[in-house]
Design a protein around this ligand. Structure first.
Ligand code: DC
Length: 227
């Protein structure tokens, strides 16, 4: 059992499954802190791209990781703001390029070690809904509630494509689909902390569920597991 007095809800799953939408809604309804761990990896990726370091440059990433100073601020707008070396980069990390950078830097052990304590500290001091890839398996193995949220690759790519198009980006569905599938593969097959379903997680396939239905299902799981 988790020995802290705080409740942790861990939501893992592949890109575009709707984790952040659901986690944000749940956290607001429960009065918990929402922690988007993907945003932290994206911020590291953004820093590396500023330094001209590619996602597979293990030596460069190791050399630069100590220069990365990340602060998470939960501001009044309800967003998790990412402050990188004193600058708010929240808007700059949500691009297809930064999705690839994040997935790339996330394969490096120096990056994962660096971020692990930050994530655990938040869960040790707050009730949290935390989403990512390795929350239930590695970051918070004692979380009271673990859910693996998934959907078919087609549905996930379509959601991503709609999001990007709504932001005014001119992207082809085929390219978004290819990126989603490649990123899944990289996240699921990396050596350290790959994306997988924890043995004690509930699997929720939301391919044909509305946001309201998923939130309701999640709340039922939380009631069952955490009272
Ligand atoms: O959730 P997201 O799409 O913003 O995550 C971006 C990338 O960050 C994802 O492809 C893999 C990495 N990531 C990770 O390795 N572990 C996490 N807990 C969260 C994200």
């Amino acid at each position: 059992m988790n020995e802290t007095k705080f409740v942790s809800v861990a939501i893992d799953g592949p890109a575009g499954a709707g984790k952040s939408t659901i986690a944000k809604r749940l956290a607001a309804e429960l009065g918990y802190l929402y922690v988007d761990t993907g945003a932290i990896y994206r911020t590291v990726g953004y820093h590396m791209s500023l330094m001209g370091i590619g996602p597979r440059d293990a030596d460069g990433i190791r050399r630069c990781i100590d220069d990365v100073n990340i602060r998470i601020e939960h501001q009044a707008d309800g967003l998790q703001h990412m402050i990188l070396n004193g600058e708010d980069v929240t808007d700059r990390i949500r691009t297809p390029e930064m999705s690839k950078m994040a997935s790339g830097v996330a394969t490096q052990s120096c990056v994962r070690d660096y971020l692990l304590e930050m994530q655990r500290e938040l869960a040790a001091t707050h009730n949290v809904v935390m989403d990512g890839r390795d929350i239930g398996t590695v970051v918070l193995p004692n979380a009271q509630v673990k859910v693996y949220l998934t959907a078919s690759a087609e549905v996930r790519a379509e959601r991503r494509w709609r999001e990007l198009t709504a932001k005014g980006e001119n992207v082809r569905f085929e390219d978004v689909y290819t990126d989603v599938v490649k990123r899944d593969e990289q996240d699921m097959t990396r050596k350290i902390a790959p994306l997988k379903c924890a043995d004690d997680a509930e699997v929720l396939d939301c391919s044909y569920l509305t946001i309201e239905q998923v939130v309701a299902e999640m709340k039922a799981i939380i009631r069952r597991k955490a009272g």
